[in-house]
Design a binder for this molecule. Structure first.
Ligand code: NAD
Length: 352
């Protein structure tokens, strides 16, 4: 049976990946997660009690821990999803992003290289290190065109800069040491189990509660939306079919402005909750001060992923958003538990 070391597997995308892999594949997963505010074991309830899922509470910056997990479990691949992931938080406090996203990734790369060198053939030939990165490393687009794997890295936020730095190290470990790495850049994800500081869940929960829906600037920024399950299938395809040293861009060809997304969420909440006294929820939209350095537009050309990995998204945005709203309506207990800490849906990242 294949063994995978997945980091950040209690987060939004990591937990979706773990649930999908345990549900659909005969794999054993070692799930290393620090359980920051964004990581919740509640998101792993579906796989709890499964002997093929081993949860390890720990930090990717802990080299000794990484070494001991690699030597004990002998994984065939490492999928690195652990990260500080929220742009607004990176504006308020960038150092945590350097620590986990840059130092943590380098620590894992180093541990992976030592482990890789210790492997006999053919295990060595099969080993992969997959770095899960973001389209935000490419910076911002004008009104037309798309990012491709050849686009230069021009990160604008501290979050994007930390992810770009990690991407450079991953590339360097392939070029210098021939560690068989893969890097994926994905566009904005949405779906169930996303921490409610991000646009889609924040808008859903505020709309349900009749609270203001803060839209940054005029809401004109364009993002290319992808359902989290489609992203996870893309990661699995990259691991299985990707060529070492290569980069694969995963996007949904679903460009929408932030305002369009918020309006779509409002319309779905209105429809699914006709009892809400404050309908229509779109009346709750408030335009607030823009994010400093807010990128205007992201869009991905996923041609290479389709051609080389055979990957294509399955979800239509409208269907995926509807299911996502329905999920949040059905899971108030999860929302309650993950927001019982310090974060109370307040505005972050104003840089003044
Ligand atoms: P998330 O914030 O929901 O989850 C991150 C997880 O990493 C959490 O469980 C957290 O506890 C864990 N973590 C943080 N620091 C850690 C450390 N030092 N050691 C071990 N675990 C640690 O993030 P997400 O949205 O699931 O994103 C996962 C990955 O995908 C990130 O690398 C992110 O950059 C990338 N990505 C996200 C998106 C998106 O739209 N969410 C898009 C493209 C790429």
């Amino acid at each position: 049976m294949q063994t995978l070391l997945i980091t950040g597997g209690a987060g939004f995308i990591g937990s979706a990946l773990v649930r999908l892999l345990v549900g659909e594949r005969q794999v054993r997963i070692i799930n290393l997660d620090k359980l920051t505010y964004a990581g919740n074991v509640d998101s792993l309830e579906a796989v709890s009690g499964q002997s093929r899922h081993v949860f390890v509470h720990g930090d990717i910056c802990d080299r000794k821990l990484a070494d001991s997990l690699l030597s004990e479990f002998q994984p065939q691949a490492i999928m690195n999803l652990a990260a500080e992931s929220h742009v607004d938080r990176s504006i308020d406090a960038p150092s945590a992003f350097v620590e986990t996203n840059v130092v943590g990734t380098c620590t894992l790369l180093d541990a992976a290289l030592a482990y890789y060198k210790s492997l006999p053939e053919p295990a060595r030939g099969q080993f992969r290190f997959l770095q899960v990165s973001t389209d935000e490393v490419y910076g911002s687009l004008g009104a037309t065109g798309c990012f491709t794997e050849d686009s230069p890295l021009r990160p604008n936020s501290p979050y994007a800069a930390s992810k770009a730095a990690a991407d450079h190290f991953v590339r360097a470990y392939f070029q210098t040491y021939r560690l068989p790495t893969l890097t994926t850049h994905c566009s904005n994800n949405y779906g169930p189990f996303q921490f409610p500081e991000k646009l889609v869940p924040l808008m859903i929960l505020n709309a349900i509660d009749g609270q203001p829906l803060p839209v940054y600037g005029k809401g004109e920024q364009v993002r290319d939306w992808l359902h989290v399950e489609d992203h996870c299938r893309g990661l699995m395809a990259a691991l299985e079919h990707g060529r070492p040293g290569e980069v694969y861009d995963l996007g949904g060809r679903s460009e929408r402005t932030n305002l369009q997304i918020v309006q779509a969420v409002c319309a779905i909440v209105d429809e699914l909750r006709p009892d809400l006294p404050h309908r229509p929820c779109a009346d709750l939209i408030r335009f607030v001060e823009d994010r400093p350095g807010h990128d205007a537009r992201y869009a991905i050309d996923p041609t290479k992923a389709k051609r080389e990995l055979g990957w294509e998204p399955r979800y239509h945005l409208e269907q995926g958003l509807r299911e996502t709203v329905a999920w949040y309506l059905d899971h108030p207990g999860w929302v309650e538990r993950v927001t019982s800490g310090v974060y109370q849906r307040e505005r972050l990242g104003l840089a003044h």
